[in-house]
Ligand binder design. Structure first.
Ligand code: KG4
Ligand code: ZN
Length: 361
């Protein structure tokens, strides 16, 4: 019998609810995403240049009942009947912004109590790990040749290389010593006057520059820019992006003496993106060499970056998440939560489930 999971994600500035059906058979688990509702708060936080936790909390409180109603409608439409109740409620309990996480947790607790079904706490990062294994709205996660699974998680708060030898077992092989890759994109975007969130817009400017003829002209003439690739050649599998961000700051100070921001922005965005991608690819290749995984996956908001996707795919046989699953969503929380439910890892005392801002894998 398929199991129906209702999942809730409110760790940052996206409110998300999904309903997913899952059934484990001989060869693996078949998932069917019946509803994947995401309400983005980007426009609300943009004027502040970043996510304001209490604003996020207020918006989550407003959005959750609306998304729940929509998710229930999504299910009713194809089946022509109401889903009386799911078999479990999964919720992200960390890492993330605690006021934001609490909103989802309290909402999930109320639902699990009302429906008398288990409450399953899920780590946001394991959601990102499973996101690369998801495709469209119906897919099989096969157990054959999946493990060892190496995942590069690149998001606004994390940059980690994680090795899993089985479901729900995570070993962090390397992580950022300071800023996360997404955070560096966001900070550099601010320096370049490109607004928030920075990743997509820096990537857009950089990609246009790469394609345009200006690059060739600039390479020859105006400014030849090279930014550092911090700790790219270090023996370990850690990352560091704070020095790169500072290097961008000094570079801009220098260039702005002679050129306008409009002139230098594309070349700087381009070189910055190249530097981040070079380091991420190099360290992932190093981890592959050391641990010989059967599957390599990419997850997290920065997984939407086309240059990163392109360079990783050139060098490795890597699973890329579909763009609908790169950013924060509840479908990935449902998938991770399903494995937790199957393993009996639900809250024994749901009332005691808490938000843990710095929760580790
Ligand atoms: O996973 P995510 O949605 O939220 C967190 O869990 O942090 O990741 C958000 C991060 C932001 O820093 C955003 O700027 C970055 O992902 N991002 C990108 C791109 N799209 C989103 N970074 C680089 N290139 C992109 N195309
Ligand atoms: Zn995330």
């Amino acid at each position: 019998m398929p199991v129906k999971i209702l999942a809730i994600e409110t760790s940052c500035d996206e409110t998300a609810i999904s309903v997913t059906e899952a059934e484990t058979k001989k060869d693996g688990t078949q998932f069917h995403i019946l509803s994947n509702q995401v309400a983005s708060q980007v426009k609300i936080h943009a004027p502040f240049g970043g996510v304001v936790p209490n604003l996020a909390k207020r918006e989550h409180q407003k959005n959750l009942p609306i998304l729940l109603r929509r998710a229930m409608e999504d299910i009713r439409r194809p089946l022509g009947r109401r889903m009386s109740k799911p078999d479990a409620v999964c919720v992200t309990c960390g890492p993330g912004l605690e006021p934001a996480l609490w909103t989802g947790i309290e909402f999930a607790k109320a639902l699990s109590k009302k429906w008398r079904v288990p409450l399953v706490p899920v780590n946001h990062l394991e959601g990102h790990i499973y996101s690369a294994l998801m495709s469209n709205d119906q897919f099989l996660i096969s157990n054959k040749n999946l493990f060892p699974l190496l995942t590069l998680i690149v998001s606004g708060g994390h940059t980690e290389l994680v090795l899993s030898k089985k479901h729900l077992a995570y070993k962090i092989l390397g992580e950022t010593l300071d800023d996360a890759a997404g955070e560096a994109f966001d900070k550099v975007a601010r320096m370049l006057g490109l607004g928030y969130p920075g990743g997509p817009v820096v990537a857009k400017v950089a990609d246009e520059y790469q394609k345009s003829k200006i690059k060739n002209q600039n390479d020859k003439a105006k400014f030849k820019i090279t930014l550092p690739r911090p700790i790219m050649h270090s023996k370990d599998l850690n990352f560091s992006f704070s020095g790169l961000k500072t290097a961008v700051l000094y570079l801009l100070r220098d260039l702005e003496k002679k050129y306008s921001m409009k002139e230098i922005r594309p070349a700087v965005a381009y070189e910055f993106q190249e530097a981040v991608v070079d380091v991420l690819v190099k360290k992932t290749m190093k981890a592959v060499g050391q641990y010989e995984p059967k599957t390599i996956a990419l997850g997290g908001g920065v997984a939407a970056n086309d240059r990163l996707r392109e360079e990783l795919s050139k060098k490795l046989n890597v699973l890329l998440p579909e763009k609908i699953y790169t950013g924060d969503n509840a479908a990935m929380i449902a998938v991770a939560g399903y494995y937790r439910l199957q393993a009996g890892k639900f809250a024994k005392n749901p009332e005691k489930t808490r938000a843990v801002g710095n929760l580790k894998l």
